[in-house]
Design a protein around this ligand. Structure first.
Ligand SMILES: O=P(O)(O)OC[C@H]1O[C@H](OP(=O)(O)OP(=O)(O)O)[C@H](O)[C@@H]1O
Ligand SMILES: O=c1cc[nH]c(=O)[nH]1
Ligand SMILES: [Mg+2]
Length: 216
């Protein structure tokens, strides 16, 4: 598993404001959107392309275009939805599939309550969006779901990751990787630890609640 921690002053600045408990929801949504576009630049570094020739007003030029099949962007509801626009701004021709997942507050186990993902993902590169990688359970399940449908290249874009979750994913996804499905995590920061409630410390709190308000 490849882990890329973005190292850029603009990302660190926006993340600092995002962490601040005093930042209101409209600002939190705006900053999330801006951060994802910056992270998307790194996350799409290995997007598949094919050569193309265009005719400029002067001569022919060799270039590239995104290869078929189109990449699939998968926001993990709810909080991942706040990352969607920032991602497709950079990948406007991507298709979008949805996975609704929620973590039980007591057991910290993730479960899937909704999905709208193409049945056949053979040869598709998938970009999973989820702001928080805490225990890693949600991401591990979502990666397995996509690979079972044929995805062969997965990149997760997160705002924050916990070391415990990254170690868990390394172990859980080792088998997939040995079968030739590379997994990359792109994150704005790796925080210190998880607390007894499975929250990232120092973190930014509950990303879904901060984006959309307290869920019932
Ligand atoms: O790494 P994990 O320990 O699995 O935790 C991370 C998950 O927890 C949060 O979702 P939550 O269950 O709060 O749902 P929400 O997005 O609807 O708020 C977050 O958005 C991730 O999806
Ligand atoms: O810190 C955390 C952990 C899981 N989910 C969140 O939204 N925040
Ligand atoms: Mg939540």
């Amino acid at each position: 598993m490849r882990i890329h921690v973005a190292d850029h002053p603009l990302i660190a600045h926006k993340l600092t404001v995002l962490r601040d408990a005093g930042t209101d929801s409209p600002t939190f949504r705006l900053l999330t959107d801006e951060l994802v576009t910056l992270l998307a630049y790194e996350a799409t570094r290995h997007v598949r392309t094919e050569p193309v020739t265009v005719t400029t007003p002067v001569a022919e030029a060799e270039g590239i275009k995104l290869a078929a099949p189109k990449p699939l962007v998968v926001p993990i509801l709810r909080a991942g939805l706040g990352m969607l626009e920032g991602m497709v701004r950079l990948l406007p021709t991507a298709e979008v599939g949805f996975l609704g997942m929620v973590r039980d507050e007591n057991t910290l186990k993730a479960s899937t309550y909704a999905q709208r993902i193409p049945e056949d993902l053979s040869g598709r590169q998938c970009y999973v969006l989820d702001p928080m990688l805490a225990t890693g359970g949600t991401l591990a399940d979502s990666v397995r779901f996509l690979v079972e449908r044929g995805a062969d290249h997965i990149t997760a874009v997160c705002l924050l990751a916990a070391p415990e979750g990254l170690r868990f994913l390394e172990r859980e996804l080792a088998e997939l990787e040995s079968e030739g499905v590379p997994v990359t995590i792109v994150t704005a920061a790796v925080d210190d630890h998880l607390n007894e409630h499975g929250f990232i410390v120092p973190g930014l709190g509950d990303a879904g609640d901060r984006l959309y308000g307290i869920a019932g």
